[in-house]
Design a protein around this ligand. Structure first.
Ligand code: KPL
Length: 306
């Protein structure tokens, strides 16, 4: 299958490399010229389990070089989804599928402004990846990936299954679901409990669990988000905080993506995470003071980057 990756940061480069190793014709697209040049010259260096391997694949800083693709994966930050969706729509042409595994809420809706919902795949992934330098990433952890079509229906579900099978055959263990919305909420709730707190305090994911007060803060943010989800008719797992704490433990040594953004003075995804919960809560008259406070603090940090 010809696959284009829009946004070849840590996660985009990881998925692109795994799919290339699975035998697909993969192109990475990014505006980061130094990274693209490094990939063209040497491929992507993936550090995993103490070993480094080199994966050869094509790369371009100009999407016109890539041409029409059967599957386009968007892996930019939620703040860049609008522009990435337009590029993806052009690459997908009139038949290709566009898939998002990005963090945050609102990505599928943004993509649906330029791609019909029956050609959009939405999902979540537990793989972790860190950018080491141009051309080089660390595969920080493997885990399940879940996808579903944005348009519901039996035909769409079968299509999602086909794509899930292709990903699984490339070593990305993937399950297809009929209704992907609760899956996206479930991941959002994980990010709500971990990302802003780690970004603001400089700690790693696992350190959220060290202090009862920090756990309380995380749980309060999670419970507000769960109430908002339920008010929108989304079925939330019984004890979301326990689930989030398990993920914090499983990714204990990781710095969350928002933590890495703040460390490097980059725009964060706060508006698509805690900010999204805050706005939805306001709209429905549900109090969400913890998510409001976390949003205000992260936005304040961002506003005053040196
Ligand atoms: O998705 C993540 C992120 O950092 O954005 C978690 C699951 C918190 C792992 O770091």
């Amino acid at each position: 299958m010809k696959i284009a990756i829009v946004g070849a940061g840590a996660m985009g480069s990881l998925f692109g490399s795994l799919l290339a190793e699975g035998g697909h014709a993969v192109w990475l697209y990014d505006v980061w010229q130094e990274h693209i040049d490094a990939v063209i010259q040497n491929g992507v260096a993936i550090e995993f389990g103490g070993k480094t391997r080199q994966v050869r694949l094509k790369a371009a800083a100009d999407p016109l070089q890539i041409g029409e693709s059967e599957l386009v994966l968007i892996f930019v930050k939620a703040t860049q989804t609008k522009a990435a969706a337009q590029t993806a729509a052009r690459l997908a042409g009139s038949r290709g599928l566009v898939m998002t595994l990005q963090n945050g809420m609102g990505n599928a809706e943004t993509i649906a402004q330029v791609v019909p919902p029956e050609r959009i795949l939405v999902g979540t992934t537990s793989h972790g990846s860190t950018m080491l330098k141009a051309g080089s990433i660390r595969h920080a952890g493997a885990g399940p990936t879940t996808v579903g079509m944005w348009a519901e229906g039996e035909k769409e579900f079968q299509q999602a299954r086909q794509i899930a099978d292709q990903l699984t055959r490339s070593g990305i263990e993937t399950t297809a679901v009929k209704d992907v919305r609760p899956v996206v909420w479930d991941k959002l709730i994980v990010n709500i409990g971990i990302n802003a707190i780690t970004a603001l305090t400089g700690i790693k994911n696992g350190q959220i669990l060290d202090l009862e007060l920090t756990r309380e803060l995380s749980r309060a943010a999670i419970e507000e988000a769960a109430l908002v989800a339920q008010a929108q008719g989304i079925r939330v797992r019984k004890d979301p905080a326990t689930h989030v704490f398990k993920i914090a433990e499983a990714t204990a040594a990781n710095r969350s993506s928002m933590g890495q953004d703040v460390d490097h003075g980059r725009p964060t995804e706060i508006k698509a995470l805690n900010g999204f919960v805050m706005r939805q809560a306001d709209r429905m008259g549900i109090p969400a003071p913890v998510n409001r406070t976390l949003t205000a603090l992260v936005q304040t940090v961002e506003e005053h980057y040196q």
